[in-house]
Design a protein around this ligand. Sequence first.
Ligand code: G3P
Ligand code: MG
Length: 254
Amino acid sequence: MLSLRQFVPSVQQFVVGHRGSSGTAPENTLASIRKALEAGVDMIELDVQLTADREIVVFHDAVLGRTTQGKGRVQYTTLGEMQSLDAGSWFSEEYQGEVVPSLRQAINLIRGKAYLNIEIKPPQQDEDYHIRLEKILECIFENQMEQFTLFGSFHHGALAHLKRRYPELHTAAINVPNDKRLPSEIADEIGCEGFICSLRELTYKRSEDALRSGIYLGVYTVNTEEDLTFALIRKAKAIATNYPARIQEYLKQQ
Ligand code: G3P
Ligand code: MG
């Protein structure tokens, strides 16, 4: 498998399974990752959080309630408690008993089959997020995933911090809503390789600026054929979707 640094310039587009295949399976679970891999995605985007006992889990929200029957905040919940929760039933009965994976478990499934895109959420209230960053890095390096992982974040300070410590890591700034700066201006501050924005934010102005500056563009969430056409016309390279199988089919027909 090529390193991400070699892979990105070698392709015109690549498909990113957003939270796995979150349109067809419960987001950020092993079932969702499996479905994305079956669809043949190039990369899988996962959100991660730090538990009370300093483990990294694959989970989107800071609170438990939306995707499990648990209550309270992830940061005050242990890994064991997280893994006793049902993270599948909210999506459909078929996925009852699906667990919240640790980042390690997710990596074990993805390694060698697809690239990983870890989204680093902005710092939470009462949190020393540097501990979270350290634990994420520890897990990536321990599992020899550093050449195969894209770190993305709305929190550009976290990416700048990563790049200062490990310039060889691959990073992409996610556009903060209402930030009018161009990709090149943001990349100048961080040293990131990519720039990710929502479909709504994907203007020709941003696209042309990124292309001119050698920054590749990622866009989320591309779920229909119209979305895909919109993204491709604006030269987006990383196509993040909740429906990877569907988008792969559309891409084949292009
Ligand atoms: O990486 C882009 C996207 O995942 C950011 O938003 O809320 O889906 O994690 P969200
Ligand atoms: Mg995300």
